[in-house]
Design a protein around this ligand. Sequence first.
Ligand SMILES: *[C@@H]1O[C@H](CO)[C@@H](O)[C@H](O)[C@H]1NC(C)=O
Ligand SMILES: *[C@@H]1O[C@H](CO)[C@@H](O)[C@H](O)[C@H]1NC(C)=O
Length: 381
Amino acid sequence: MATTLSWCFTLALFMVILMASISSSLANMANMNVIDKCWRGNPLWRSQRQQLAKCSVGFAGKMINNIGKDVVKYKVTDLSDDPLSPKSGTLRYGTTMIKGKVWITFKNSMTITLQRPLLLSSFTAIDGRGVNVHITGAGCLLVYQVTDIIIHGLRIHHCRAQPPSTVMGPNAKVIPLGQMDGDAIRLVTARKVWIDHNTLYECQDGLLDVTRGSTNVTVSNNWFRNQDKVMLLGHDDGHLRDRNMMVTVIFNHFGPNCNQRMPRVRHGYAHVANNFYQGWEQYAIGGSMSPSIKSEANFFVAPNDVGNKEVTWRKGEKGLWKFYSVGDVLKNGASFNKQTGVGGAKPNYSQEQNFKVVNAMFVKELTSESGVLQCSRSLIC
Ligand SMILES: *[C@@H]1O[C@H](CO)[C@@H](O)[C@H](O)[C@H]1NC(C)=O
Ligand SMILES: *[C@@H]1O[C@H](CO)[C@@H](O)[C@H](O)[C@H]1NC(C)=O
């Protein structure tokens, strides 16, 4: 009798805790942004990981090419790295040796120290949810001439420069690489890429480069901190192919201790919306070679003393660049030297790319869980 009673009591207590956990998670959901709301309320997210692919918005569109019955589910079990003959179980094996669509997860928390830059094949999703994955070392991630890439839930930091080298590439082909400057993630002629909920910091060169004709990119829910050059969109002033570059930058947290390029844009177009800027030193948003930037409903907090209070920086002939600011909130003396011309640089999203930009007053809340999510603690991620 006594044991039955105590068993009932334990069960009741368990139910109460479970309900409390679900209801507090559901309460949190009210404050989630449109991407997170799409999947984070699902208590079965661990077994339904591919649901994430339909949650993206912005220029990447929905990542439906990454999912389906033909996806290979691959689990990383081995933190070692061999750049030329990757062992089965390692991350590099998953990103290069498997044909077709692959959805990569991690068996446990681990730190992977890359021996050389890591190449990704088309139709690859790297999904770090539920464990703590750190990636560091030489490189780091190189998204080179591929499409349909999801990078989610990784901590990428202390990436070092790498002189020209050879590495295993997509479809198990060894390829030669040029000099790598030491960026956390670098896109080169890549299309349809979604970078979501990663924490990026302290790399030798920058945290994210989108270069050489890359386009249809969404950068969302990431936390960028402790970095001089944060995000470069557009290869160099002479690279005219970047005129067609379209990038969406939303729900990210920049800072503390970021100096410049959040982002810096050359040639192309960037929709920068609902981001939280926790200071800067030189500037937050900048560009050259007549880029178009729509800065919309961001929350800018200018640096306290030494830094520059102006959000923007620009190079080149006045009138050629188009920097629009719509609904931005400027705090602590911040200013935005905007263009007052016509057009407003609308992103012209298709239906699947479109999303509602929220009032900037809610941005701090909507970005409060940017970076890698702590999914292991509660039922709902
Ligand atoms: C970018 O996305 C749009 C809309 O999905 C598509 O029409 C266009 O072809 C894509 N651009 C490239 C270069 O893939
Ligand atoms: C959206 O369309 C308008 C009107 O055609 C155009 O001025 C603007 O450049 C377009 N935006 C982009 C990002 O192409």
